[in-house]
Design a protein around this ligand. Sequence first.
Ligand code: SAM
Length: 272
Amino acid sequence: MAENDEYVPDFDISRPTIARVYDAILGGKDNFAADREGAAAYMKYVPNAKDVALDNRAGLKKGVEYMARKGIDQFLDIGAGLPTMENTHQIAQAINPDAKVVYVDNDPIVLAHGRALLATNKSTTIVTADLRDPQSILDNEEVQAALDFTRPIGLMVVGLHMHFHDDEQPDEWVRVLMDACPSGSYLLITDFVDTGEPLQKAIEQAGLESLGNGWIRTPERIREHFLGLPLVDDKLEFIPRWFPGEPDREVPAVEDLEPWHKIMMGGIAYKA
Ligand code: SAM
């Protein structure tokens, strides 16, 4: 504890972290010089990097709204990131004021900045834990206290699953979490995609240069992250074309999308 009794997390500001780089790209203030350099690397390769982040946030919103409308009232948001515009609890609680949200992130700065949220929102919990050790998330006392694992849960792995991890284990980590969620639960994922567009390769290059990770994956590989569970509307889609639960909605043609709108895809799976 520091002298003023404030909890000061132990973090290294000389190296960029994805939570803070993402915050810098989105125009937030919770970042340091090294993170702004990381954000600049993204902008160098993908000048519309902020639009990519905004697409991802739009995907998060569409997914949470879909699940909340389906009656999901407890959410486990892994890799939650720093508080930004329209966070998961605000989106869910706009539909169901009693919705509970547990945010998990392995970057301690997220907990530090989330404390203000904790003070004002009794239905929101923030935990520092790592997707790569999923059992530690399930065993966490605060997670156990906040969520009822006998009732359906909306598991969220938005903007981090594959692309910040190599290809060896991520599906098994998510499987451990999904196995703990009962039938009626959902799995929401957004990811960097590889459909052969040069700008997709450019964002991978930016990530590798600034953070040492940020791989792109084919749609077929991203589908595997859903562990064989059926996708809502059978859709894994570029986010501007993705409206879960609205299969007949008119959406822009792929050819009409700007290249940066084709960097991320979203999907939701249902556990019957
Ligand atoms: N989910 C938010 C969104 O989509 O807007 C934030 C995405 S941000 C690009 C990725 C977040 O995942 C960062 O806050 C990072 O610290 C976190 N993260 C990356 N790897 C993680 C891991 N293994 N376990 C938990 N969090 C992780």
